[in-house]
Write a protein that binds this ligand. Structure first.
Ligand code: GLN
Length: 280
């Protein structure tokens, strides 16, 4: 069988299993077999596959049929301008989260040097993308999971940022190191009860610790805001990713903790996704 025929076969299997992105996914998985990019694959439809290559492809299609996210199957995900290594130990970087990077760049246009803290750094996609744009910014990342920090370290090395990032295994309650101009976080903010209603791709594969925000979804957000006085500078900026229906509650918690709200930014679906506040 050639590349074209095999991709078509893959598409049909994925379509039958209810995978909406079956066209794209089958092509990406074929690219993975050949370790080439998608364009190379599509431009060479008549290349014959060896038996081993067919078995490899079928194995990848089987994983995707069980709703395993493409990013975990291929071990990588594009975010901002870079490709991040990902495993099941980190949340798959979402396009909506690029809003945080955009907002930070907008807010720091005239700043030459800055210290940033990323709480729950995960793959590192937010902090590392910012550091790549701003050569004199320094970052610190914390996460509760050792394996997660291992993946983040791989990304730090890949992006040549070893000299500008420090990592600590810590939760936010016990963290007390340094003072920062800017704090960023995409914390877990899904209500525990709602986790089971997320798409299977998410709830069966992504780390619960990166999604579960407790009974009201606000548990971790509250912890971050309440502990931030320990490490945010006066007039420091706190940028949080939130769920759209948490906007008013998060605003209230921020105000009660000495912040004023600078902006609420919408995501690609035009829903509130990011809240920017400043410490008085
Ligand atoms: N936006 C993510 C989702 O929809 C949730 C991320 C999070 O809880 N931080 O799955």
């Amino acid at each position: 069988m050639n590349i074209f025929q095999t991709i078509e076969k893959g598409k049909n299997i994925l379509k039958k299993k209810g995978i909406k992105s079956y066209n794209l996914d089958s092509e990406i998985l074929m690219s993975q077999v050949f370790q080439k990019n998608r364009t190379d694959i599509i431009l060479n439809p008549n290349v014959e596959l060896s038996d081993i290559e067919i078995i490899n492809f079928e194995n990848l299609i089987k994983q995707r049929s069980k709703k395993r996210p493409i990013a975990y199957i291929t071990g990588k995900k594009e975010f901002w301008k870079y490709e991040f290594t990902v495993t099941e130990d980190v949340l798959v970087p979402r396009p909506d989260t690029e809003i945080i990077v955009e907002q930070v760049l907008k807010l720091t246009k005239n700043k030459s040097s800055l210290k940033i803290l990323d709480i729950g750094i995960g793959s590192g996609c937010i902090l590392l993308s910012i550091l790549k744009e701003k050569k004199c910014f320094y970052g610190t990342g914390i996460d509760i999971c050792k394996k997660t920090l291992g993946i983040c370290k791989i990304n730090i090395k890949k992006l040549n940022l070893i000299n500008r990032v420090k990592l600590f295994k810590s939760d936010v309650d016990n963290f007390n190191y340094g003072k920062y101009d800017l704090i960023i976080s995409n914390p877990p903010y899904i209500k525990t009860f709602d986790l089971k209603y997320l798409e299977k791709d998410i709830c069966d594969y992504e780390p619960k610790s990166a999604l579960d925000g407790g009974i009201d979804g606000l548990l971790e957000i509250k912890k971050i805001i309440c502990n931030s006085y320990k490490f945010i500078k006066k007039n420091g900026v706190l940028i949080l990713e939130i769920a759209f229906d948490q906007t008013n509650k998060v605003k209230k918690i921020l105000r009660e903790n000495g912040y004023y709200i600078k902006d609420v930014v919408k995501d690609l679906a035009n829903k509130n996704r990011c809240i920017i506040s400043i410490k008085k």
